[in-house]
Each structure stands twice: as C-alpha cells, then as structure tokens.
Design a protein around this ligand. Structure first.
Ligand SMILES: [Zn+2]
Length: 172
C-alpha cells in the first residue's frame, strides 16, 4: 500500500454532536459554494470543522481520504478549484453539481461524489480515482495550516463557528 494513503486502525468516530453540527452543511452546501466570496476571508467561518466521515472500512482497517475534521473553507476550495475531479453534470437538468461529500475505496479506487442539484435531483456520481481526490483535499488543508495557526494565535480560546451561524450571518 502506498505510504501516502492514510490508513488507521480503529479510526475515531465523530461524536453525535459533531455529526449533528456537520449536517446543515449537507443540505446547504450549494448556498455556501455560491456565496463563498462572502465568507472565505472570515477565519471563524473558514475554519468551521466538518466531520464528513469520508472513510472506507474493510476488515477492521479504515482508510480515509482526509482525517476528520476537515475545515469548511478547505473543503469548499478543493471542490471549486478542481472541477475536473469533483464537479459533474446533473443527470436531470444538466447543471453543474458540486458535491458536499465523497467517499470511496482505496482498493477499487471507486469514489462516490454525493451531491444535489437545485432542480431537486439528489444522488451521487461514481468515478474512479480515490488517491488523487484525497490528495487534492489534503494539499488544500496543508496550504491552509499556516492561516489556521495565525488565527488561533491571534484569537486564543476562540470557539470555531458552526454552519448554522454562518448561514444566519449570510441571512438565509
Ligand atoms: Zn438538476
């Protein structure tokens, strides 16, 4: 197995609370993609932690595309900046779908890009290329680490915002 593939035994499962805080992202992802410019420069929002559970388990071993939590801003940037890897056309109306999550298997390489379209379609598209998608996301996270540390240093003890707070600020 490639040393760059993240494999851990007994990966930590997110808590119920972390899972609940992540859920609004699934249903409001399109809004947050479209309005990215309105919130991307605000650290409290950029670094909202998402627990996307993008893991694949086989025989007790868990492989993950990126370790949880993934920062909201990093995730959204990755999907926006790599249309060839992540974006696809809605099978119903042909508009572009930006997925809110992707999971797959490092063994087969299969990845399911889960998303929805404003026309009402909901589902996922199956593609191949597990490693390059995980790599794109991890590269974006690595690129954001310095900004994250600055944010933490300037605002010690700040609690990260939640997706709900961001949506309220955007005036949904
Ligand atoms: Zn559609």
């Amino acid at each position: 197995m490639d040393k760059n593939i993240f494999i851990r035994k007994n990966a930590l499962r997110p808590t119920e609370e972390q899972r609940l805080l992540t859920q609004p992202f699934y249903s409001h992802a399109n809004e947050l993609y479209v309005r990215f410019d309105d919130w991307k420069d605000i650290d409290r929002f950029y670094f909202i932690p998402l627990y996307l559970e993008m893991t694949y388990s086989v025989a007790g071993i868990t492989a993950e595309l990126a370790p949880d939590p993934v920062w909201l801003g990093s995730f959204v940037q990755t999907i926006r900046n790599h249309p060839d890897l992540f974006q696809y056309q809605c099978p119903e109306c042909g508009k572009t779908v930006l997925p809110f999550r992707f999971v797959g298997s490092p063994l087969s390489g299969r990845v399911d890009l889960e998303g929805y379209c404003n026309c009402g379609w909901k589902g996922y598209k199956i593609v191949s290329g597990w490693f390059k998608r995980g790599e794109a996301l991890r590269n974006q996270i690595a690129a954001d680490v310095l900004r994250y540390h600055k944010f933490k240093m300037l605002h010690p003890g700040t609690r990260p915002a939640t997706v709900e707070e961001l949506l309220d600020t955007l005036g949904r």
